[in-house]
Design a protein around this ligand. Structure first.
Ligand code: AR6
Length: 175
């Protein structure tokens, strides 16, 4: 773990290994599973996660819904649906901001003090990494300023490119 400003950490590896109160899933509107981080979370959490997801009636892009974590170390999974990148002029930034903001609203409601995010929308949904990372860090920064009770936010970067991008932008921020 690489500690940046005190409450933000960068982690290289699978989000499913993290011992935090909640991990965020980059899901799709069905909430019924998929590839990437969504697939990894469902595989590790076990079939009860899908059972609970079936009761939720899906989730709109930019919104988030919470479930239990089942066989994960995390008590909760917050499923959010990032935008599919179209051309950058189709509301993508607002929707991605809304994902992070809505996740932080749920941390408030459920007294969650530690949370890990994957790089939402930057895989199958093709959001340009640097722009997405600026939104992830910016919305997190505002949430941490507004809410003293969040002790730790982890950005889980699965690949070297994401890790290096988050690392660089976080360093810029603290400089
Ligand atoms: N831990 C952390 N990050 C991961 C992991 C993992 N185990 N596996 C992949 N990533 P993606 P999206 C990274 O495609 O772009 C799904 O099928 C990955 O390297 O998982 O929001 C859903 O069901 C990338 O940096 O999510 C949706 O249909 C980041 O997670 C769709 O993909 C996001 O990649 C959502 O696409």
């Amino acid at each position: 773990m690489n500690t940046m400003p005190e409450r933000i950490e960068l982690y290289r590896g699978s989000i499913t290994d993290l011992d935090v109160a909640a991990i965020v899933n980059a899901a799709n509107e069905t909430l019924l599973g998929g590839g990437g981080v969504d697939g990894a979370i469902h595989r590790t959490a076990g079939p009860k996660l899908l059972e609970e997801c079936r009761t939720l009636g899906g989730c709109a892009t930019g919104d988030a819904k919470i479930t239990g974590g089942y066989d994960l170390k995390a008590k909760y999974v917050i499923h959010t649906v990032g935008p599919v990148w179209v051309d950058g002029n189709s509301g993508e930034a607002e929707l991605l901001e809304s994902c992070y903001r809505t996740c932080f609203e749920l941390t408030d409601q459920y007294d969650i003090t530690s949370i890990a995010f994957p790089a939402i929308s930057t895989g199958a949904f093709s959001y340009p990494l640097e722009e997405a990372t600026r939104i992830a860090i910016g919305t997190t920064w505002l949430a941490l300023e507004a809410n003293e009770s969040i002790r730790k936010v982890v950005f889980a970067c699965f690949d070297k490119e994401s890790y290096e991008c988050y690392d660089r932008l976080l360093q810029e921020l603290v400089r």
